[in-house]
Design a protein around this ligand. Structure first.
Ligand code: URA
Length: 204
């Protein structure tokens, strides 16, 4: 993992160890045969954590989260709203390997409950290390993993005394699939992200 001046060396070390134990666990469970593991990336600690569902084809090819078409779209909106660069966010997924079905070529499918359950402790440990003030949960899988009792209501804060505030938003691949409502949904995504931005600037 790359280091930057924004990092706390102890936290980076904890992340490295977590990445190693994830690798071992995946090998043992036979989850990483032929596909790469896509771990989170970004500064540690970080005030904002982005949690997606799972890596796709492009993420797997490059071993980095949110770099395919949908991920890049989402990051461009984040950059615009927050006036920050990509590497100012900690970006990760619930599931850390590409869930696929084999057709003529590999296709993306939704992760199973078992896959989510397998990876969830690693996400929880990432959150403990990163100590975000707010988590942007991109899509239903991210929200139901982080807050199983909550309904998915994009743009509505979920706050608790036990962890960072969570802002659910639509999954970027869903937004791009719904081309007819893309404009309206992007306006709503920006409004949700502005709530996160404003709540964090109020905490300074
Ligand atoms: N890219 C990712 O890595 N995860 C998502 O959930 C969407 C795009």
């Amino acid at each position: 993992m790359a280091y930057s001046s924004k990092d706390n060396p102890e936290k980076k070390n904890d992340l490295d160890l977590l990445g190693k134990s994830l690798r071992l666990a995946c090998e043992k469970a036979g989850l990483s045969e032929g596909v790469s593991i896509v771990f989170g990336e970004g500064p540690a600690p970080c005030d904002i954590m982005i949690v997606g569902e799972a890596p796709g084809r492009d993420e797997t090819k490059h071993g980095r989260p949110f770099i395919g078409r949908a991920g890049r779209f989402f990051i461009s909106v984040l950059k615009e709203v927050f006036g920050r660069e990509r590497d100012d966010f900690y970006i990760t997924n619930v599931v850390k390997v590409w869930p696929t079905i084999k057709k003529q070529r590999l296709k993306t499918r939704k992760p199973t409950k078992d896959e989510v359950a397998f990876f969830l402790p690693f996400l929880m440990e990432e959150i403990r290390i990163i100590e975000p003030k707010a988590i942007v949960a991109a899509g239903k899988t991210a929200l139901s993993s982080l807050a199983p009792d909550e309904d998915f209501k994009p743009g509505g804060w979920i706050k608790s005394d036990h962890g960072p505030a969570i802002m659910p938003v639509y999954h970027p691949a869903y937004l791009l699939r719904k081309q007819r409502s893309l404009k309206k949904n992007t306006v709503e995504l920006k409004a949700a992200l502005r709530k996160v931005r404003d709540s964090l600037s109020g905490q300074r």
